[in-house]
Structure formats: C-alpha cells, structure tokens
Design a protein around this ligand. Structure first.
Ligand SMILES: Cc1cc2nc3c(=O)[nH]c(=O)nc-3n(C[C@H](O)[C@H](O)[C@H](O)COP(=O)(O)OP(=O)(O)OC[C@H]3O[C@@H](n4cnc5c(N)ncnc54)[C@H](O)[C@@H]3O)c2cc1C
Length: 471
C-alpha cells in the first residue's frame, strides 16, 4: 500500500463533518494535501458569490489548521495546478466531491481523463446532494420533469447518514508553497458593498450548524405558515452555507427528519420538501444542462423577450417604483440574499411586467447573491418565467401589490428596505445607499420613483405577447 500523499481538491464542500470524501481519505491513514484552486471557472463567478467564497475558504483553512493540516491555495487552470502539485509532492492521486453544473462537469471530466491517463488515482465522491441526480428515476427509467412525483420518489428514500468529522487527519511533513488568500482579491468587484453584506453572513461549519440547530429548535414548527412572510425570520437561511458546502445536506436532512419524528410534524415536513426542491434543481440540471442558459422549453425561443433596457436597469437598482419589488432587490444588495417569496415576485415582474428575458435576471442574481447556486437559480428563473419544467403558467402573473398585501400586510418588510417610504428610515433601509456604486448617484432623501409601468398595463402587455406566441 502506497504512503504517497493524496490531494484532496476542495470546491463546494468546505467542511469536515458529513464529508464522504474526507471520511474515506482519513480512513486510509495516508498523508493528505488539502487544496483549493482558483481556476478560470471559479474566477468567472459573480461579485458577491466570489467574495463570499473567500470567506468560506478562509474559515475552512482555519478549521483544517486546528487539525494540523493546511489548505494549500493555488491559482490557474485546474489540471495544470494538479499536475504541478503531483510533480512537487509525489502525490499518487486526486480526490474531489462531485459538482454538476456544465462548466464544472466539463472541467472535471477532462481532469479525470488526464490524471488517469498519467497513471494517477482520480476519484470523485458524492456529498453535495441527497441523491445523485441519476439515482432517482421514474418507473420508465427516465428523469422527473415535475416536482410532485419527484418528491414522492425521494420523500422516504434512504439518505446515507452523515459521517462525523474524522478524529485523526494526517498531513504532510513538509507543505508545498501556497498563495495568500488576500492576494486573490476575491472581493475586488464588491466595491463598497462588502462591508455591509458582511454583517449578514454566518460563515463556516460551526456557524452553519448553530443556525440549523436554532432553526430546528424554534421556527421550524411554524415553517409551513411563516416561510412566505418576508418580514419574519421564519426560514433556515442555510442556503449560503449549503452552496459552499459549509454544512452537509445529509446532516440537514437527518436533523430535520428527527425533528419531524419528535413532533414538529407539519413544519419539518415542509422543510424536507424544500430540501428536495434543491435536489430537484440538480436533477434537472444534470439531465438537461441547457437549463442554465437556454429556454428549457424550446418553444419559448420565439417569445419576444426584451433585452437590456432603461426599465431593466431600474429593476436592477431597486428603483422600479413598485415597493415590494424594490424592497426585494435592495434586500439582496444589502444582505446578499432575498426572501424566496420576494424572489418569485421580482422575477415575475422582470419577465412579465417588463417582458425582459429571464437570463438578464438570472445574471443579476448570479452577481449579487451570496447564496448563488447554479441549479436553484436557473430552475427558479425558468419556473417563474414560464419557460422551465413544471413552470408556473405564463398567464399567472404575480401582482406585486397584491402579493405585498397578502404577505407583507403591515408593510414591515417594505419599510425595512425602502428609506423613501419612512420619515425615519432604519439602518438597513439607509445601508442600501451606502452599498450601491457611487456612480448610481442614489440618495435616500430623493423622492421615491413613480412606477416604471402601470401594473394593469404591464400585465395586459405580457398576456398579449403570450397570446401572440400561441396564435
Ligand atoms: C428566481 C429564483 C432564484 C433563486 N436562486 C437561488 C439561488 O441562487 N440559490 C439558492 O440557494 N436558492 C435559490 N432560490 C431558491 C430559494 O429562494 C432559496 O433557496 C431560499 O430563499 C433560501 O432561503 P433559506 O435558506 O432560508 O431557505 P429555507 O426555506 O430554509 O429552505 C431550506 C433550503 O432548501 C433549499 N430550497 C428552498 N427553496 C428552494 C427552491 N425554491 N429551489 C431550490 N432549493 C430550495 C435551499 O437550499 C434552502 O437553503 C431561487 C428562487 C427563485 C424563485
């Protein structure tokens, strides 16, 4: 048995517990070389996710250091970096946890082929999902296009129990050179926003686990009823941690299952269902990778979507004059995330009232969300736009004012993020004006803008375009 080092190439699995790759590697007792690569695929990420990734990497490096290991940082195309490190250290193999978005799949497939061709051990592990996307099949052996039957198929499907963090991890006697994380300047594109968004981040494995425990001890019981109320902290807020793998999905699933058994029945059941939505988005991305960039239903290619415009720019800036929509877009700028109900409303407003291509919204979210996830973002946008699988019918246009009345009846959420609506705005509403680029020249004492589009007119325009497409 070789005692040559094993390179563990970490990506979106920045944790020690519930980490199948690490558990298997630790069991071998071989020297381990943890590695993070800033490769072109990672560099291509949007401003907020890239900045948040830097925080995740720093926290994980600290966690490894506490166990006597180092996280080696290298920059460059993954295969080049890996080949270089193999040559430097005499490593016998490279292991990683699987990713499923098209650019990562293309890169990982090429890396695996090249490493194997060079006689090295190249092995990929599950760990990012409850079930691998190809494991769940319809009765006919195909993939699911609709969520409800998918949920029926996975609700009681066994999920492997989470492995605890390994007791012993063996490092190298002499560590190869590492880049300095600060030199990567992962937050360079965040401008003034980083300082503000930082207040809302709960970074690293311990913080994620504490968040899960707090959610399961309280809010989960009323999750079914409160998850749609954006003024209330009624959801887990684990998406930022799940996306970087700061907590394992199996750990979350099993903890929620226990809670369901203990009596938080309805709430825990709804929460498990949302975790399954995450898996469904990966199921779709694996079987139909075009979902990330093209209309999932090709018949939508003929729809007269608009491209970028002054109206779309006002949407990006949270200046549409539609309070519920603007509050959501500003929440994203200030906190790095947006409540799920409001994501649906702002997406509907852009694609229907403003008739703008969903890809423009998807790209803006990918630039602004600290919980950006390639599968959930693509599924969410196409679901709302009507072009996706199991999508909301196009003629069902969310009315932002009606949605606000229903889910933000007292207006607390809108006031929280819209300074112009209050004589004495709170810190979060004001923070927006400090976070946005100076070039936008926005000030809280300016009057709140008039609506970009009359809601009834926007709706009628959207339905007419839809009708013409069907004619
Ligand atoms: C247009 C649009 C874009 C979206 N983009 C993203 C994105 O980039 N990243 C992201 O993580 N989620 C995205 N979502 C899904 C959802 O809004 C977030 O997962 C949720 O708001 C995160 O808050 P939470 O962690 O408190 O969720 P909770 O309500 O506590 O749910 C627990 C977990 O389940 C998963 N989940 C919940 N709802 C969904 C859903 N609809 N689709 C897929 N997974 C879900 C998430 O991992 C979430 O953390 C998007 C939704 C829409 C409509």
């Amino acid at each position: 048995m070789t005692d040559a080092p094993l390179i563990l190439w970490f990506r979106r699995d920045l944790r020690l517990g519930d980490q199948p790759m690490l558990a298997a590697a630790a069991a071998l007792g071989r020297p381990l070389l943890p590695l993070f690569i800033l490769d072109p695929e990672t560099e291509a990420q949007g401003a907020a996710p890239k900045w948040r990734l830097g925080l995740a990497v720093a926290a994980f490096a600290e966690a490894l250091e506490a166990r006597g290991l180092r996280l080696v940082l290298r920059r460059g195309p993954a295969l080049e970096v890996l080949r270089g490190l193999v040559a430097e250290t005499g490593a016998a193999g490279v292991w990683w946890s699987r990713l499923y978005d098209p650019p990562s799949v293309a890169r990982d497939t090429a890396v695996k082929t090249a490493l194997k061709g060079a006689g090295l051990e190249a092995r990929s592990f599950a760990g990012h999902l409850l079930h691998e996307p190809w494991e769940v099949e319809t009765g006919q052996g195909g993939f699911y296009r609709v969520f409800t039957p998918f949920w029926k198929a996975v609700r009681d499907r066994p999920v492997p129990p989470p492995a605890p963090a390994p007791d012993r991890l063996r490092g190298l006697d002499s560590w190869p050179m590492s880049d300095r994380l600060a030199d990567w300047r992962l937050g360079a594109a965040m401008h003034r926003g980083a300082e503000i968004v930082a207040r809302y981040q709960a970074v690293g494995e311990a913080a994620a686990r504490a968040k899960l425990a707090a959610f399961l001890a309280g809010p989960v019981a009323r999750y079914g009823e409160l998850r749609d109320v954006p003024a209330v902290a009624g959801t887990s807020r684990l998406s930022e941690n799940l996306t970087y793998g700061e907590i394992g999905i199996r750990e979350v699933w099993h903890a929620a299952l226990r809670r369901r058994e203990e009596g938080a029945a309805g709430g825990a059941e709804s929460f498990l269902r949302e975790l399954a939505w995450r898996n469904f988005s990966y199921h779709l991305m694996h079987h139909t990778p075009q979902i990330t960039r093209s209309n999932w239903k090709p018949e939508w290619d003929a729809f007269p979507w608009r491209g970028d415009s002054a109206e779309a720019e006002r949407w990006r800036r949270g200046m549409t004059g539609e309070p519920f929509v603007d509050a959501g877009l500003r929440e994203m700028y200030v906190t790095g995330t947006m409540h799920n109900r409001v994501r649906m409303v702002v997406a509907s407003y852009l694609t229907k009232h403003l008739l703008t291509h969903w890809r423009l919204g998807l790209d803006w979210f990918a630039d602004c969300l600290t919980d950006w996830d390639p599968a959930a973002n693509a599924m969410g946008w196409q679901w709302v736009a009507g072009s996706g699988p199991d999508a909301a019918p196009y003629f069902r246009v969310f009315n932002p004012a009606g949605q606000a009345e229903k889910f933000d009846a007292g207006g607390a959420y809108r006031r929280r993020f819209l300074a112009e609506l209050s004589p004495d705005p709170g810190a979060e509403a004001l923070a927006y004006f400090d976070a946005v680029p100076r070039s936008w020249a926005l000030r809280p004492d300016q009057p709140y803008p008039a609506p970009v589009v009359d809601l009834a007119e926007g709706r009628a325009r959207a339905l007419a375009a839809y009708g013409a497409r069907n004619a």
